[in-house]
Design a protein around this ligand. Structure first.
Ligand code: ARG
Length: 585
């Protein structure tokens, strides 16, 4: 279906042509002043310059043409030359009933679907998921689903860190604690044990301990660097240990992501890309892109127009070891080889912005991607406590993600304490609402902004929150359940529409506009803004009308259809945001 704004723009464009002006002046946008009109065209002002005529005169001519069109309930010229436009509820009701018949409510899915890789896990093995992993998982999942809804082919990749510093530290610490393990014997040639010499809780204790210790001890740090290098060179015992670490920790990570409702299509690992490194490095050297600088191999990525510092991109350290950069570049090679994507989108902390700028430039310069391949970094800020510092446990420790989910679920459960329902059902609903509160609280912000984890606000059933959206959906479900026997007739022409119904119709009709904006900007926030407005419009309509007892059967049938569409759209939207609505709450 054509978007409603395009339907209007076509008419305005035609009016400019009919009045003897160029059609390009007929562009239309959603009004900045919804109290005055729904849409506006500012083209008369621009045309005035070209045609040496007062803008209001041009606007008047256009309005004269438009006023004859039954589409418009309002076409007004306002000084100095604005054209204010609104469409009537009759047209909107028609448009909405058309939407009801179309898949995805008439959204035009991508004509040329793109293949997009979304890189949004980034957790590191041997470390439990903590609150810092929540944002990429939540934002990335929504970006992936929005693009997919719009018809693109999207591959969500966990891209787990399984290769760098942490693994070196764990191996080093294990060697200190259990030096007699067969993995450390360089002369051992037999098979290694099937069982790991640790369980997941030991693993999770070892890493932070080793990390802290290494910060204070240079020799320990050196040991661990050596361990990584030897692992990269394929030392057997270390490879076997690495496999144990992987197996034990992956199972745990999968559970944690699953609990959050994050669904990766592939569980890529940093180490997967290692086999692409030698050829990539050789090519960079052969083609003269990479050169030695103080022993390290680097690629210059500075451009003349740079106003900020842009250090070269390091490919190999002076001891020949690969690093985070090398892995990300080789992962680009891997992805191009396997999926040939049109775009790769990274959802990673904004503190890595400069890093990604270097990587992207390096990838383009060295021809790892096509000139037209999109490389996008969506950098996100920090979720903080009320003190403005990263959100912590009460005693100041790193908070696990599972603990955060429990915290918010518990808060919701206590709000629902007076509801009559079996405990099990209450638990399930509280979890659904809790996740919605958490995700909506995050996604309704610009990703780059830091935001405060405000549990009271997030879990409130009123205001711009996830639970408010769910509450509205539950309300619609409950009304519909009382109306099952009502006739489902097509809407009737020539009836009265209240202002609340008109507002709801207009917002429903703008669904595709919002999705397209979200897709173009890769912005789940746009979907949040839209469903908040839609929920508000619905509640306005609900309070202004007695839907269930409405005596006019034809009107009631219209309303049932409108309710179903509103609910259907809300459903599709929260599915894009990766949360779900209960049947009651
Ligand atoms: N594992 C990394 C870290 O903990 C984040 C990975 C982000 N993704 C990427 N392609 N670099 O910092």
């Amino acid at each position: 279906m054509e978007r409603i704004i395009s339907v209007i723009a076509e008419k305005v464009t035609a009016a400019f042509l009919a009045a003897g002006y160029e059609d390009r002046f007929g562009a239309v946008k959603v009004s900045d002043r919804p109290d005055l009109c729904q849409y506006q065209c500012n083209g008369a002002m621009a045309a005035a310059k070209q045609y040496h005529k007062a803008p209001i005169l041009i606007a008047n001519e256009i309005v004269k043409v438009l006023a004859e069109d039954p589409l418009f309930s309002q076409a007004e010229a306002v000084a100095p030359g604005f054209i204010n436009l609104s469409v009537g509820p009759e047209f909107l009701a028609d448009y909405v009933s058309q939407m009801q018949k179309e898949p995805k409510f008439g959204l035009q899915t991508a004509e040329n679907p793109q293949t997009v890789v979304v890189d949004y896990g980034g957790a590191n093995v041997a470390k439990p998921l903590h609150v810092g992993h929540m944002r990429p998982a939540v934002i990335g999942e929504a970006v992936k689903r929005i693009l997919r809804y719009a018809g693109h082919k999207v591959i969500g990749d966990a891209h787990l860190g399984d290769w760098g510093t942490p693994i070196g530290l764990i191996i080093t610490e294990l060697k200190v604690r259990q030096p007699d393990l067969v993995y450390f014997d360089p002369d051992y040639t037999g098979e290694y044990p099937k069982e790991a010499p640790f369980d997941v809780s030991e693993l999770e204790e070892i890493y932070p301990y080793a990390s802290k210790w290494s910060k204070e001890h240079e020799d320990y740090r050196e040991e661990s660097r050596k361990a990584i290098l030897e692992l990269q060179q394929g030392r057997r015992g270390y490879m076997a240990l690495w496999e144990h670490i992987m197996r034990v920790s992956m199972a745990d990570l999968k559970k944690a992501y699953d609990n959050l409702g994050t669904v990766f299509d592939i569980w890529g690992l940093e180490s997967d890309a290692q086999k692409y490194i030698p050829d990539m490095v050789k090519d960079m050297k052969d083609k003269g892109y990479a050169h030695l600088s103080e022993g390290a191999l680097v690629v210059d990525v500075k451009e003349e127009t740079d106003t900020k510092e842009m250090p070269p991109c390091m490919i190999l350290k002076s001891d020949g070891a690969t690093l985070y950069n090398t892995t990300d570049l080789a992962t680009i090679v891997e992805r191009m080889t396997k999926y040939n994507p049109d775009r790769i989108v990274y959802i990673v902390d904004k503190r890595q912005s400069l890093y990604f700028e270097q990587i992207f430039r390096c990838a383009k310069k060295c021809g790892l991607v096509k000139p037209e391949t999109g490389l996008v970094h969506i950098g996100f800020g920090t979720m903080t406590g009320k003190d403005g510092k990263p959100f912590k446990t009460r005693d100041g420790g790193v908070m696990r993600l599972s603990m955060l989910i429990d915290l918010i679920t518990e808060e919701v459960r206590s709000k629902m304490a007076d509801r009559e329902m079996p405990e099990e059902e209450r638990d399930k609903i509280a979890k659904q609402i809790g996740l919605a509160a958490l995700k909506y609280g995050d996604l309704s912000n610009q990703p780059t902004k830091d935001y405060i984890f405000d549990i009271e606000r997030f879990t409130s059933f009123e205001g711009n929150t996830g639970p408010y959206i769910l509450y509205t959906m539950v309300r619609i479900k409950s009304i519909l359940s009382k109306l099952t026997d009502a006739p489902n007739a097509a809407h009737v022409a020539g009836r009265e529409y209240g202002p609340e119904e008109s507002a709801l119709l207009l917002t429903v009709a703008r669904f595709a506009d919002s999705v397209e904006k979200a897709v173009a900007e890769l912005s789940p926030m746009r979907i949040c803004q839209y469903i908040y407005e839609l929920a508000d419009c619905f509640n306005g309509f609900y309070h202004a009308n007695k839907i269930v007892t409405e005596p006019d059967e034809a009107k009631k049938a219209d309303w049932i259809a409108l309710l179903k569409t509103t609910l259907g759209i809300l459903n599709d939207c929260i599915e894009m945001l990766a949360f779900e609505a209960p049947d009651k709450m």
